[in-house]
Design a binder for this molecule. Sequence first.
Ligand SMILES: C[S@@+](CC[C@H](N)C(=O)[O-])C[C@H]1O[C@@H](n2cnc3c(N)ncnc32)[C@H](O)[C@@H]1O
Length: 375
Amino acid sequence: MARRARLVSEDRAYEVRTVDDARRVADDQVGSWGLRGATGFGLPEVDDRYHVWRVPVLAATGAARVGEIVIDARAGTVDARRSTDVETVRARLASPDTSGAPSHRGPVIARSTLSNTVLAGDSELTLRDLPDGSVDLVFTSPPYFNARPDSGDFVDYRAYLDKMRRVFRQCTRVLAEGRFLIVNTAPVLLRRSSRSQSSRRLAVPFDLHAILVEEGLDFVDDIVWEKPEGAGWATGRGRRFAADRSPLQYKAVPVTEYVLVYRNHTDRLIDWNIRSHHDPDAVARSRISGEYERTNVWRLAPASRRDHPAVFPASLAERVIRYWSFEGDVVLDPFAGIGTVGMAAARLGRRFVLSEVEERYLAVIRRELAAWLTS
Ligand SMILES: C[S@@+](CC[C@H](N)C(=O)[O-])C[C@H]1O[C@@H](n2cnc3c(N)ncnc32)[C@H](O)[C@@H]1O
């Protein structure tokens, strides 16, 4: 007799092992909402990267998807932060869309009330003043983790990642449903402090990725920004191998950074974001005509400025804004530097919200802002 393959959930010794177990937990949740008769469930799926079960919640009539219950597979409890909240489920059940097949149409998405804004201070705090869902795109390049003893910014790498999590949690909250968050990031080289030590490279993009997904964003694309020949050689990486060519000493000279693309979690299709936009004319005007980047390798020259050590090029900001927002939308950069995102947003007829903690960079933004808005 054929033996049954072991389930992932059994290998992982989860508390919730089968689809029936997952449905039971979801059913208790729906019962506590008083919606048992109004809903049913789709097929539960286990996601062992994040140790969760995802149970689609369907309308009892028409079987449209009205939400998702996420269960912590190890604890056997509902993860309320990642699950669709009861008000949203109720609203979807009441909407005419749920009476038939799932649709990409829905009520018109309200226009954000935000106007061009520069917030001075730590984004973990400044973003708290922005309403939920009031931003249409986040594009940013987080500060580098710097382990030099004189930097004093972060006690250690763990503290750095925790800080990034708290800022990105705010970004996810203010980002509208189904809209995009895009992060320019690269591994960081920690130089050795003596010849008897090795240098260390921190895989910042991969650590940030885990955080962003845990904070409720769905991964969409890993774009590689390739800098022209010559960039990266100043790091000195690979010199030793170039000299003695010994196996194991090989190290690649870094000439790339990542542009990681995420979408704020939603059960709705991207079509919904497009068709339900409050300004169909702006949607039509924002179409990208002519040439565009077809692959996930983007070749762009880096930028440099005297007044900031780590700016990204305006061409990168412009490309991201054109591909992932519409005219009139609000674009947020929580690590604004001298405001490259704001300048590009203004040029492209978008609104911007910039948040920056360092007074010397805020001074540059304030000085240049009027020119962005008039040019
Ligand atoms: C890599 S730079 C971004 C540069 C920017 N893309 C530009 O082109 O000007 C990161 C910026 O984040 C700022 N920053 C670091 N921590 C911050 C925080 N908690 N809140 C706001 N800004 C912060 C730093 O001062 C720095 O200017």
